[in-house]
Design a protein. Structure first.
Length: 317
């Protein structure tokens, strides 16, 4: 089932982070940081499916090289707490293959980020654990042929983030619809995403927390160990344990709702029976033919009459 996830984070020196290290890690590459002299080497990292740097018009072509781009970002910032980049973390629909997932996230980044003037570094990950996802690192300053200029404050507004959440929902659902049509998926088996919260959609359900690739990897290894040792799996991380507890609470609430609905339906049925029983007694006392007085009883009588007509020899087939 397709699920929605988009989260925006800031990569800041104030957090002890660097753009060069983050970019090297996301792309599983080697990047030398000219400002600090540190060599960031994540070339042995597994799970990176594809990566590409996307640039707006009229910027230095050398920035197509990931190391050049993020070194230029580092060199343009002077403060010890500078915000170096914004990063969008996106869940990708499992219903799509890798080529379709890449086309989806790359197209979204081009239309929604690069078209606004940002440089975007797109990396797609899939470790085969059922959690395909992408990271899009974006620059924070205006840029042109001479390099980076002023910070663009419009890019940090909440209104833009809300718009990006909606466009990511739209683009995912378009891609899903295309796959469903191609494969002839029945309507009742099609699943779409919604960027709104459960509360905004009027759904009385407790949301789970996003686990992320690190938690998923730890839990996947634990499942493998449990299978090899013949023991029952139990979550080993706090976040996975909390999500399991949330799912159990939601399941219990759903069972409670089903029980309440059954009790209400049963109460309505008993009320109809009581009303019809009193009407039968009145008809018998008054010597007249009984006819149902409630809508439910009348509908049931009509159903029985139609069934009898169908089953009668020579009746309607």
């Amino acid at each position: 089932m397709a699920s929605y996830h988009l989260r925006c984070k800031v990569i800041s020196r104030g957090q002890g982070r660097s753009a060069t290290a983050a970019a090297a890690y996301r792309a599983a590459e080697r990047i030398y940081d000219r400002r600090t002299g540190i060599k960031h080497n994540y070339s042995r990292k597994q799970g990176v499916v594809r990566s590409e740097v996307l640039l707006p018009r009229d910027v230095p072509e050398r920035w197509l090289d990931r190391g050049e781009l993020w070194n230029a970002v580092e060199e343009s910032e002077r403060r010890s707490n500078s915000q170096l980049a914004r990063e969008y973390e996106l869940a990708l629909p499992r219903e799509l293959d890798h080529d379709e997932q890449w086309e989806l996230v790359r197209g979204w980044a081009e239309r929604e980020l690069v078209s606004r003037g940002m440089c975007a570094d797109v990396c797609m990950h899939d470790r085969g654990d059922g959690n395909p996802h992408a990271f899009v690192m974006c620059t924070t300053r205006e840029c042109g042929s001479d390099g980076f200029g002023l910070k663009n404050r419009k890019w940090i507004r909440k209104a833009l983030l809300l718009d990006l959440r909606k466009t990511w929902e739209r683009d995912q659902n378009k891609a899903l619809e295309k796959v469903y049509e191609r494969e002839g998926t029945p309507e009742n088996e099609r699943s779409y995403v919604d960027c709104r919260s459960y509360a905004a959609r009027g759904i009385d359900r407790e949301p789970t927390m996003h686990e992320g690739p690190a938690v998923r990897a730890m839990e996947s290894r634990e499942r493998e160990r449990c299978g090899a040792e013949g023991r029952e799996y139990a979550p080993v991380t706090d976040r996975a344990r909390e999500n399991e507890a949330v799912r159990e609470r939601n399941a219990a609430l759903e069972r409670l709702r089903e029980g309440i609905e059954w009790a209400q339906e049963r109460a309505r049925e008993l009320a109809v029976r009581s009303i019809e029983a009193r009407e039968m007694e009145r008809c018998r006392d008054e010597g007249r033919e009984y006819e149902p007085v409630t809508d439910r009883a009348r509908e049931n009588e009509q159903i029985m009459e139609r069934n009898a007509l169908v089953e009668r020899p020579g009746g309607i087939i």
